[in-house]
Design a binder for this molecule. Structure first.
Ligand SMILES: NC(=O)c1ccc[n+]([C@@H]2O[C@H](COP(=O)([O-])OP(=O)(O)OC[C@H]3O[C@@H](n4cnc5c(N)ncnc54)[C@H](OP(=O)(O)O)[C@@H]3O)[C@@H](O)[C@H]2O)c1
Length: 245
């Protein structure tokens, strides 16, 4: 598989890129930080069969870069079978309520710009007869919850967009994979108190590789979060108002 990958420098993206490289996939790394891109490319070159992992500048805060970056990745890979986006940002509800500029930035990066990146990816894949678009949303988008009102709203919008894309383009050969992680221990969650069932990036990577191979449209990772969210979705609003999560 030849995949353009935005977000492979840290956390779950790094774990997923490593798993893909180790099984022989060819990757082109997209990202905003040249030193992190070079370090990650060198790491993947040691782990996989790809002697030179190309890197392309792409900042999720700059939508004007998206189409060109994906096309440059396709050129460097000699084709394009998949686009993966794990990049995203997080801030606590308290931080976002205290700083409206930060709130605006998070909503733009995690919803508007991620959707625009997926739109560019969709066009590039459909122009080549289809392929896989795998994007990381979150269980935070499943229900309005006190600790993640704004971040959850961005991820809810992203999940709905990806669902619509799947419905519209499945018959055209586009496989849309929506990953919904629960709490996973990465740089994004460093400093937060891990809840029970907190996951590890490598476990998420294993589930996502399997979903990509099978074309599974929605993946909860770790899997236990599928049960947890089913229970939370079933809670009545009056109870949700009283509980802390
Ligand atoms: N960790 C969790 O508990 C959790 C739970 C649910 C959903 N998620 C979602 O899962 C995804 C991965 O999360 P993670 O915990 O693995 O995150 P992470 O460790 O913080 O890594 C984030 C990645 O996003 C990249 N990134 C951030 N802003 C960017 C920008 N403007 N342009 C390009 N790249 C950018 C970072 O690149 P740099 O190297 O340049 O910083 C890094 O590679 C995110 O979408 C997150 O919202 C995470």
């Amino acid at each position: 598989m030849r995949a353009a990958f935005l977000g492979a420098t840290k956390g779950m993206g790094r774990a997923l890129a490593r798993s893909m490289a180790e099984r022989g996939d060819h990757l082109c790394l997209l990202g905003r930080t040249p030193s992190e891109l070079d370090r990650s490319a060198a790491d993947l070159e040691v782990r996989g069969e790809q002697p030179d992992v190309p890197v392309v500048a792409c900042d999720l805060e700059k939508p004007e870069m998206f189409s060109d970056a994906i096309e440059r990745a396709a050129e460097a890979l000699g084709g394009l079978d998949a686009v993966i986006v794990t990049a995203g940002i997080f801030a606590t509800q308290e931080e976002l309520e205290a700083d409206s500029a930060l709130a605006e930035r998070l909503l733009r990066v995690d919803f508007v710009n991620t959707v625009l990146f997926c739109e560019a990816a969709k066009k590039a894949l459909l122009a080549r007869g289809g392929g896989t678009l795998c994007a990381f949303s979150s269980v935070a988008g499943e229900r309005g919850r006190k600790p993640v009102i704004l971040y959850g709203a961005a991820k809810a919008g992203l999940s709905r967009y990806l669902e619509g894309l799947d419905h519209k383009h499945h018959a055209d050969g586009l496989r849309v994979i929506t990953v919904k992680p629960g709490f996973v221990k990465t740089s994004m969650t460093a400093g937060l108190e891990p809840p029970p069932f907190a996951g590890e990036p490598n476990d998420v990577a294993r589930l996502v590789v399997r979903a990509i191979d099978r074309g599974t449209p929605v993946v909860y990772a770790p899997s236990i979060w599928q049960l947890i969210m089913a229970a939370i979705r079933a809670l009545p609003r009056t109870l949700m108002r009283r509980v802390g999560f």
